[in-house]
Design a protein around this ligand. Structure first.
Ligand SMILES: [Zn+2]
Ligand SMILES: [Zn+2]
Length: 336
């Protein structure tokens, strides 16, 4: 089977591998679509910490069942999506239902070989039926679920004012699910093209470009009160620190981003607001189902989000083009 390997940073190579064996309790999948994520771009550029090369990238995937146990509830040909965070089921997080932050987490395409290939064998519990949606949509559930998870963590309420800092795919996901809860959403980013996309396709209430007057604009949008919930999806430590300024008194700050640096903040500023600081990592089955329901209801602009596509065999030649800001990539999908 055709497999695309990231040999070292900057080097992608096509290789023929044998089909993986399927053990009892596992599902053999024919991979159909793989979404390209910021994580994959970091692996390719060599900016993903603690990653061992060579690695087969890809954790946002959909496929069809090739073979499964007869008592698995899955039949050959069933369209499925995958929860790519393989959790242990034993640790303190798993015992509390927080499989998204499992102590022993193994993420497909990061800790172990992922989906840029034709067949994958995975434990049954991470494979879910994708009924009522297309294979393209099913491959987009994962990054949207990360946003849905953050919105659930923040318990966003109708009528609240929400600020999302960072208008990449994850930030857009937080905007979409905040809006679906009835919040008034503002997007903040450096890139005007991304902000325009959020205004047109996600229909956020307001957009503000990062610059000299951004705080004034954010103050004006909220009568000087700022935001009930601020989400950070920038991956930028300076932006993460600055976000503390945008929290309303009594508000919440949700860090979806992860960086390798320390983040500091002014305790008096934090304390006077009685702010709540929340980390948000990955997503759980509940969040995947939230996305699935929203997609079925036609509430997710997934076709607009999918800006680029390529065939599996073309990945070595075309992948680096996705790094160009001028390409306007939101979500690229690889067809396997
Ligand atoms: Zn991803
Ligand atoms: Zn665990």
């Amino acid at each position: 089977m055709l497999t695309i390997i990231c040999e070292t940073p900057g080097v992608l190579r096509a290789e023929t591998r044998s089909r993986p064996p399927r053990d009892r309790g596992e599902v053999l999948l024919r991979v159909r679509r793989v979404g390209v994520c910021g994580t994959d771009l970091h692996i390719f550029t060599g900016n993903q910490p603690f990653l061992a090369y060579p690695r087969v990238m890809g954790h946002e995937l959909s496929g069809t069942v090739e073979e499964a146990d007869t008592d698995s509830g899955l039949d050959a040909g069933d369209p499925v999506y995958v929860m790519p965070y393989l959790s242990c089921g034993q640790c303190i997080a798993c015992r509390n239902g927080k499989t998204n932050c499992c102590v022993n987490i193994q993420v497909l395409g990061v800790h172990r070989d992922g989906a840029l290939t034709e067949y994958l064998s995975l434990p049954r519990q991470f494979v879910h039926k994708a009924e009522g949606i297309t294979l393209d949509q099913a491959a987009m559930i994962e990054f949207l679920a990360i946003g849905a998870h953050a919105v659930r963590r923040a318990d966003v309420q109708a009528g609240q004012r929400v600020l999302v800092v960072g208008a990449g795919p994850i930030g857009m996901a937080a905007m979409i699910f905040s809006r679906l809860r009835g919040a008034t959403v503002t997007a903040l980013d450096t890139r005007l093209d991304r902000l325009n996309f959020c205004a047109e396709k996600i229909e956020v209430a307001a957009t503000v470009q990062i610059g000299d007057t951004d705080v004034d604009e954010l103050a004006k949008l909220t009568d000087g009160e700022f935001f009930d919930v601020v989400f950070d999806a920038t991956g930028n430590p300076a932006a993460m620190e600055r976000g503390f300024e945008f929290i309303a008194h009594g508000g919440k700050y949700v860090l979806i981003s992860v960086v390798r640096d320390k983040i500091t903040f002014s305790d008096p500023e934090f304390h006077k607001r009685e702010a709540t600081l929340i980390g948000s990592r990955n997503a759980t089955a509940e969040d995947f189902e939230t996305v699935l329901r929203a997609m079925r209801a036609g509430q997710v602009p997934d076709a607009a989000l999918n800006t680029h596509r390529m065939k599996l065999a073309d990945v070595p030649a075309e992948f680096s083009k996705l790094l160009e800001p001028s390409a306007g990539v939101v979500k690229a999908i690889v067809e396997c």
